[in-house]
Design a protein around this ligand. Structure first.
Ligand code: GAL
Length: 341
């Protein structure tokens, strides 16, 4: 009897051991170090995700490896790293990420270039233009002290670069810092950015080629200081998730809903629930990925302001109850919840 019992224990342990690696490999563990398929730490902060022909492409800030408090900006916690450009990782399953390289590298020589490593290159987002067949990137480009407050545009005919930088502007003649892009079902695309010194969120329809503002824009949440916007659409309604304005420090998230991208927006409150929900799990929104018709994943950065390259990622399923959204804290969750396979 004893022998049978110990054999059963061995068989059970072997079964558990053979199950563990595959189920482990499918788990998303927010806040932990994430490695790419070469075993290097993933460096794609303030990022966005593009799904194109069966592959997910994750674009983000490729941060330099030393962080310093900008000595020329003593008045606020202007921690920064040298800008490395925009990195790209690809995956079929949202868990195994292959480094595709730095698809928009920073400039090493020309100090007058927006892309010079001494400047700020943040929150890159890429969308695909079906008519021009170009991958179009917009990003926040700034001077070392965040005084330039502009948006840069780059294009490529492949998702994995190298992107051609076309230049920067203050869209619609106003400041632009934290930003995202949203491509609607009808092919129209919008640039959403914190303007007027971060106090007001602008939503700007882009031209058909996605390379410039069309001139048609709205001012939203005036004087509410919303940053880190992430936009998605669910059952015909538009949602914008955003953070407050406290630099690298976390604060409470908020979302709003509208029947049209250009507004009017109704503020709904904090979508986060569970441990540390009042400070967005120590994170800040950057993107919401829609998978299929009904599944969503919210992406956040957990900034480490004194060692920015060691900032972590928080990815969580986003669910709906009617028109209300919930992003519940989970230490670990199976990616099948979102991608369904
Ligand atoms: C945050 C912003 C980040 C970065 C940081 C600099 O508010 O969301 O992307 O710009 O400020 O302090």
């Amino acid at each position: 009897m004893k022998k049978i019992f110990s054999s059963l224990v061995i068989i059970f342990s072997l079964l558990m051991a053979s199950c563990t690696p595959s189920s482990e490999a499918r788990m998303v563990k927010s806040g932990e170090v994430w490695l790419d398929t070469d075993g290097n730490m993933i460096n794609a902060h303030g990022g966005g995700m593009l799904y194109h022909e069966g592959t997910y492409y994750w674009y983000g800030e490729y941060k330099g490896d030393s962080t310093y408090w900008n000595p020329r900006v003593p008045s606020w916690e202007c921690y920064r790293t040298e800008a490395g450009g925009v990195s790209c990782y690809s995956s079929k399953n949202l868990v195994d990420w292959k480094f595709e390289g730095v698809v928009l590298p920073s400039e090493q020589e020309d100090v007058t270039s927006d892309l010079h490593y001494s400047n700020v290159l943040e929150r890159p987002k890429v969308i695909y233009n079906d008519a021009t067949k170009q991958f179009v990137m917009w990003l926040h480009v700034d001077s070392h002290d965040y005084g330039k407050a502009a948006s840069g545009v780059a294009v490529c005919d492949s998702p994995t670069g190298k992107f051609e930088y076309l230049g920067s502007m203050r869209p619609n003649g106003e400041m632009a810092r934290d930003m995202t892009l949203f491509k609607d079902d009808d092919g129209r695309a919008y640039h959403i950015y914190s303007s007027e010194d971060n106090s007001t969120l602008y939503i700007s329809l882009l031209t058909d080629d996605y390379l410039r503002p069309s001139g048609h824009f709205t001012r939203n949440f005036p004087r509410a200081f919303r940053e880190a916007p992430a936009v998605f659409k669910h059952k015909g309604k538009y949602y914008v998730l955003s953070s407050g304005c406290t630099g690298w420090d976390p604060n409470q998230a908020q979302y709003a809903v509208a029947d049209s991208m250009l507004g009017e927006w109704t503020v709904m409150g904090n979508p986060c629930s569970g441990k540390d929900a009042h400070i967005t799990f120590y994170g800040q929104s950057t993107h919401v990925l829609k998978v299929g018709e009904e599944s969503y994943m919210a992406m956040f950065d957990r900034w480490n302001k004194t060692d920015l390259i060691n900032s972590r990622y928080i990815w969580l399923p986003l669910t709906f109850k009617g028109d209300s959204i919930d992003i519940a804290w989970q230490e670990a969750w199976d990616v099948k919840v979102v991608i369904g396979k």
